[in-house]
Ligand binder design. Structure first.
Ligand SMILES: [Zn+2]
Length: 65
């Protein structure tokens, strides 16, 4: 079965399947996995989210003018 980070699971598989990406490690820890959606080795948190992508998610940027 293909491995996906949560962002890609949502994109390619839908919300229900994305739930299954959680639980790869303990809360507060991360692990590395080859995501077939990203096509790269990505760092994933305990909920299945790709860590670097989550940090740059739209809306998290502070707009300083
Ligand atoms: Zn991915």
């Amino acid at each position: 079965m293909a491995e996906f980070c949560r962002q890609c699971a949502l994109k390619y598989l839908g919300e229900i399947e994305a739930e299954h990406t959680a639980g790869g490690c303990k809360p507060g820890e991360t692990f590395w996995e080859l995501c077939e959606g990203c096509g790269d080795l990505v760092e994933i948190d305990h909920e299945g989210w790709r860590v670097d992508a989550r940090l740059s998610k739209p809306g998290t940027h502070i707009n300083r003018s």
